[in-house]
Design a protein around this ligand. Structure first.
Ligand code: APR
Ligand code: ZN
Ligand code: ZN
Length: 361
């Protein structure tokens, strides 16, 4: 039986979101219905409602979530009703050229549920990142459910579903930070601070946090940054060089998504160092760098989608580290809110007051 639940809907570009009744079908083959327990508010949700992703309104927002599998459709073997899961937007296909080369984290054909959730009048909804978890229940592909230790707090665990995983993975997976490395992180919001934590987990000896907001830098210090730089009070490239014996950092992670901070990252790394772009730029942004510097400085310029994570590999492992007290996911939950407070959370996010607001059901 299809079920009626409440969900946060963006009806039109720029319009405030509102709660509406949605219909969640029973899971078909390869699908699962998940009772959502917590869902973080991410920039991408705001981008959807501002029309920055595409025009497929109405959207069912929310995609950074954890919950319990309620029912599964035919042929589902990877999860069962009652499993505690983190939802992911990288359900890998196993068939594409990336998967076949043994690099499923780059899967080019990830999948979502085939059936549509709808508004009460039958209008089909477009779920954010194929998830749509600002809803009491949501329909996803079973591969989007990653089973983890049920002792984890849903609010903290759900954050691995997007932003925190992006930051952790930018350091650990994409940047390949190793023991003894020097790392600089430019932009210390939820994503950048997760990169700080990732760098620490990976054994970095020096972790330089860079932001324009002292309160973000203070948080970064609490999470493991060894040095902080406020780029309002001087050239951050010079500051990073000074802190690294005049050379620059081995890995610089850009977690803002702007040309000027990318350029800082480019010049703040040591020769043969690595730049990781995890901040998401907008379509009109351009960079202009001397090609000779790109060549002459060597190293690697990489971008990091979803922290190059493989959910089935990374989520259970990171939740285990969290449970052992080695990964402080709770630090990213600035506030827990109710489902009808998402619009307010967008405002707080816009003002930079929070690492994450998390809707708890
Ligand atoms: N230099 C340094 N830091 C900056 C600058 C700058 N010029 N401009 C902004 N910042 C800082 C902000 O002060 C803030 O702490 O960057 C941080 C951005 O953090 P959030 O707005 O909380 O965003 P977050 O969720 O961390 O995402 C960062 O990654 O996933 C993408 O779309 C997301 O592009 C965004 C980026
Ligand atoms: Zn694939
Ligand atoms: Zn997100």
């Amino acid at each position: 039986m299809a079920q009626q639940v409440r969900g946060v809907i963006a009806r039109a570009k720029g319009e405030p979101v509102r709660i509406e009744t949605i219909t969640v079908p029973d899971p078909g083959p390869g699908e699962a219905v998940v009772k959502v327990q917590a869902c973080g508010v991410c920039h991408t949700d705001l981008h959807y409602r501002e029309g920055g992703i595409n025009d497929d309104f109405p959207f069912l927002l929310g995609h950074e979530a954890a919950g319990v599998v309620e029912s599964v459709g035919e042929g589902v073997t990877e999860v069962a009703p009652g499993d505690f899961v983190i939802l992911n937007w990288r359900a890998v296909c196993g068939q594409c050229r990336a998967c076949k080369r043994g690099r499923p984290q780059y899967c080019f054909a990830t999948h979502n549920a085939k059936q549509k959730m709808t508004l009460a009048d039958g209008t089909e909804l477009a779920p954010a990142l194929g998830i749509g978890a600002f809803a009491e229940k949501t329909l996803v592909a079973a591969g989007q459910c990653t089973k983890v230790d049920p002792a984890a707090s849903p609010a903290a665990a759900g954050l691995l579903g997007c932003g925190v995983m992006a930051g952790l993975g930018a350091a650990i997976n994409t940047g390949g930070v190793g023991r003894g490395d020097s790392v600089a992180v430019i932009g210390c919001g939820g994503v950048g601070n997760a990169a700080v934590v990732g760098a620490r987990l990976a054994g970095a000896a020096k972790i330089i946090a860079v932001d324009i907001d002292d309160s973000k830098l203070e948080t970064a210090r609490g999470l493991g940054a060894t040095d902080t730089v406020n780029s309002r009070s001087g050239d951050p490239v010079e500051a990073i060089r000074e802190l690294t014996g005049g050379f620059g950092a081995d890995v610089v992670i850009e977690a803002v998504g702007r040309p000027e901070t990318y350029e800082q990252a480019f010049y703040a790394r040591d020769l043969a160092g690595t730049v990781v772009l995890v901040g998401v730029p907008t379509p009109e942004m351009r960079i202009d760098l001397p090609l000779l510097d790109v060549f002459g400085r060597g190293g690697a310029l990489k971008s990091s989608w979803y922290g190059d994570c493989l959910p089935s590999r990374d989520f259970p492992m990171l939740i285990d580290l969290y449970r052992q007290g080695r990964l402080d996911l709770d630090a990213f939950v600035t506030e827990t809110i109710a489902l009808d407070e998402v619009e307010k959370a967008f405002e707080r996010m816009h003002h930079g007051d929070v690492l994450r607001s998390v809707v708890v059901f």
